[in-house]
Design a protein around this ligand. Structure first.
Ligand code: ZN
Length: 150
């Protein structure tokens, strides 16, 4: 029997800080587990810092959650979240974007579990508005509650 976990990775999901280079100019940008990231002491606030050995950029653990995978997939997953936030619902969004219902649900769960980082990413890199973010979390929370009840 074939395992299905690989699907999600191919379509993009969240990566932990320190597992890839967040510098868009870098040729290793967004490549998770490529071995180019080394630990680089701690910041004054006690946060772990990392350095990319390829571009030499130093960044801290707050910079660096990302939907990784192919670049188009990253764009797709962010757009999908935006559509959900705008009230399209999971089923319709999954159909329009051509992704599996389960995959989209998993993205939402992941996003919810790393809300802080996801929020920063969406605000900074994707120019989401605060109200879009609010709508996304409202949706995620409502879905989470339903799952617990039902
Ligand atoms: Zn780099």
């Amino acid at each position: 029997m074939k395992k299905k976990e690989g699907d999600m990775t191919k379509q993009g999901m969240l990566a932990q800080a320190g597992s890839y280079c967040p510098n868009k100019e870098c040729r290793q940008y967004g490549k998770v587990g490529a071995g180019n990231i080394i630990k680089y002491g701690k910041s004054q606030q006690g946060r772990q810092r990392y350095q990319c050995r390829v571009c030499k950029k130093v960044f801290n653990e707050r910079v660096g959650t990302l939907f990784y995978g192919k670049r188009t997939a990253v764009k797709d997953s962010v757009e999908s979240l935006a559509m959900v936030a705008e009230g399209m619902g999971i089923r319709a969004t999954a159909r329009v974007k051509g992704i599996k219902h389960d995959t989209l649900s998993a993205w939402l769960r992941e996003a919810g579990s790393q809300a802080q980082q996801v929020e920063e990413l969406l605000l900074q890199d994707y120019q989401w508005s605060a109200s879009q973010i609010d709508a996304l979390w409202t949706f995620v929370r409502r879905k989470e509650r339903k799952r617990l009840v039902g």
